[in-house]
Design a protein around this ligand. Structure first.
Ligand SMILES: [Zn+2]
Length: 187
């Protein structure tokens, strides 16, 4: 597998044996340096330096979850047997203006490399059923959009004036999966 410069950080992750079937990719809609335990793993910037770290125990999501349990609540209704990863970024972002802490190419690249590491560990197929963005999950579950209770994480990777659509979100999801596959193939 092609190694990323954060590979030493990935190697420190606690990845116990168990049932993990899916990966969900997010952005945090927050600051570069503020991790959230709603995810298991995050990439971000601290004092301008790229970092990756674990923010939640994977084991807690290796079970059929109920509301009253402790777990990383990353993707509504989809947290059982699933890992959530996030690029810390996109504070106050809109589709046409990604705001003061925008998603960067470097964060997207680190997120894809991290997903390759996790997919390899848990033998997860890189397809639209097993590895999807929060935007794609929201399309399937009927809450895709820009309203406060809706989600569009990773529907687009650069700001653009056009309205964001499900077709764009799915194309972006496929492009991210292709990047993860390239990391796995060592290209
Ligand atoms: Zn999300």
């Amino acid at each position: 597998m092609t190694s990323h410069r954060l590979a030493p950080d990935f190697a420190r992750f606690d990845l116990p044996d168990g049932r993990i079937e899916r990966l969900y990719l997010h952005w945090s809609a927050g600051r570069y340096d503020v991790p959230s335990s709603a995810y298991h793993f995050v990439v971000g910037y601290r004092q301008g330096r790229l970092f990756a770290e674990q923010t939640h125990a994977v084991r807690e999501n290796m079970q059929a979850l109920r509301e009253d349990m402790e777990y990383a609540a990353h993707t509504r209704g989809r947290n059982s047997f699933a890992i959530g990863v996030s690029a810390l970024s996109m504070l106050d972002a809109t589709p046409h203006d990604f705001g003061p802490q925008p998603l960067t190419e470097e964060l997207v690249d680190a997120l894809c490399a991290m997903c390759a590491h996790l997919a390899l560990r848990y033998n997860i197929a890189i397809d639209a059923d097993h590895v999807m963005t929060h935007a794609e999950a929201a399309i399937l579950d009927g809450y895709f959009g820009l309203l406060p209770e809706e989600r569009w994480d990773l529907a687009r990777l650069l700001p653009h004036p056009a309205a964001v659509t499900p077709a764009e979100a799915q194309a972006t999801g496929e492009a991210l999966r292709e990047r993860i596959r390239r990391y796995l193939a060592g290209r």
